[in-house]
Design a protein around this ligand. Structure first.
Ligand SMILES: *Cc1c(COP(=O)(O)O)cnc(C)c1O
Length: 362
């Protein structure tokens, strides 16, 4: 098989060991005579898988019993609607902090449901090259919740502190940073993540919600978009995304075997440091995000010349690396270096960048 380092922002690289394990069990899951793709979601085998996946989320992320883990569909984007539908019933007010396109999309979606959806911070004027400082935030102590996007997949920035929301629940879109490092779940009211970056293949959305926030949706909330219905049915009101849940279980077992989230953090920081140290050592490439707010999952940079950036994308592909072209909103390049990207992949990229610099420096 051709070796290829896949820097895709999502769906993205999965651990090779997990894929091999899935392959081994593809046709006959642990002697059941069936693939996980073929079995009833009410079968004993699948019941064991989803229960194990839920308990692994608790174990790996340190989620207390006062929170419920839900396995949903519709992507992180559906949570842009589901969060306000389920959390806005008290005051109808929420604060959104805009740090990129996903938080902006979440803000716009919430306006469909609330009478007072406010922008409590926004770095759009600087093309989202940084996260607002705590002093810049205008938080309403009377809001139903505060929403942030913790790692900005497209722009390459990351919240390194959490806004002090007092008793107002903090809602975080962690699609592109979940499982990359330990977190203190008790600081959040709700966490959500599309699975296709660091958890599993596309089709699964994980929601971690504090139990006291479940149960008061807006009138008219559809059954399947009601957290209470999903929680009471352990995510099995209807057919859940069985295959993606199964892979999430394998990914969590894999993380546990490697040493848990402390070890993931150590590895991810080491990989990101290699890349940022190189980027800081040359003026040929420039990073999009200011140094202190840089993501360790999505690294954005450019040469400052659109033609050269396009050449970089083409030549890096020919050299054995895919998906390094940046998102159209930022331009330049983006290297997504999620949990499953090996250090060798980052070293390979840096060698290519050095060569490209030498060949193209004027
Ligand atoms: C990818 C991504 C989304 C969109 O996820 P879907 O599952 O495609 O809806 C939302 N937020 C963030 C931070 C993302 O990285």
């Amino acid at each position: 098989m051709k070796t290829l380092y896949n820097f895709s922002a999502g769906p993205s690289v999965l651990p090779k060991d997990v894929l091999l394990d899935a392959q081994k069990n593809l046709i006959d899951y642990e002697g059941s005579g069936m693939s996980v793709m073929e079995m009833s979601h009410r079968a004993k085998e699948f019941d064991d898988i989803i229960k194990k996946a839920e308990s692994l989320f608790h174990a790996v992320l340190g989620i207390p019993d006062s929170y419920k883990v839900l396995f949903l569909q519709g992507g992180a984007t559906q949570q842009f609607a589901m969060v306000p539908m389920n959390l806005l019933a008290k005051k109808g007010k929420a604060d959104y902090i805009l740090t990129g396109n996903f938080s902006t999309a979440a803000y716009k979606e919430a306006q469909l449901f609330g009478k007072q959806i406010s922008i409590a911070g926004n770095t759009k004027e600087e093309n989202f090259k940084r996260i607002p400082e705590s002093g810049e935030l205008k938080l309403d102590p009377d809001a139903d919740y505060v929403h942030i996007c913790e790692n900005n997949t497209i722009f390459g920035s990351k919240w390194k502190y959490l806004p002090n929301t007092g008793s107002v629940p903090l809602v975080s879109d962690m699609s592109s940073c979940i499982l990359s490092e330990p977190i203190d779940v008790t600081k959040y009211g709700l966490i959500y993540a599309g699975a296709q970056k660091n958890i599993a293949p596309a089709g699964l959305t994980v929601v971690i919600i504090r139990k006291d926030l479940i149960g008061t949706p807006l009138p008219g909330t559809p059954t399947m978009l009601n957290y209470k219905v999903q929680a009471e049915n352990d995510s099995m009101k209807n057919t859940p995304p069985c295959w993606a849940i199964y892979i999430s279980k394998l990914v969590l077992e894999h993380i546990q075997k490697l040493g848990g989230l402390e070890e993931m953090k150590r590895r991810n920081e080491a990989k990101a440091k290699l890349l940022y140290d190189y980027l800081d050592s040359t003026d040929f490439y420039k990073t999009h995000v200011i140094s202190k707010d840089r993501s360790i999952m999505n690294v954005t940079f450019r040469t400052g010349n659109d033609e050269l950036d396009a050449k970089f994308a083409n030549e890096s592909k020919a050299a054995g690396m895919s998906n390094l072209k940046g998102h159209r909103d930022v331009g330049g390049m983006r290297a997504s270096i999620y949990n499953a990207m090996p250090k060798e992949g980052v070293e390979f990229l840096i060698e290519f960048m050095k060569k490209f610099e030498k060949e193209n420096r004027k």
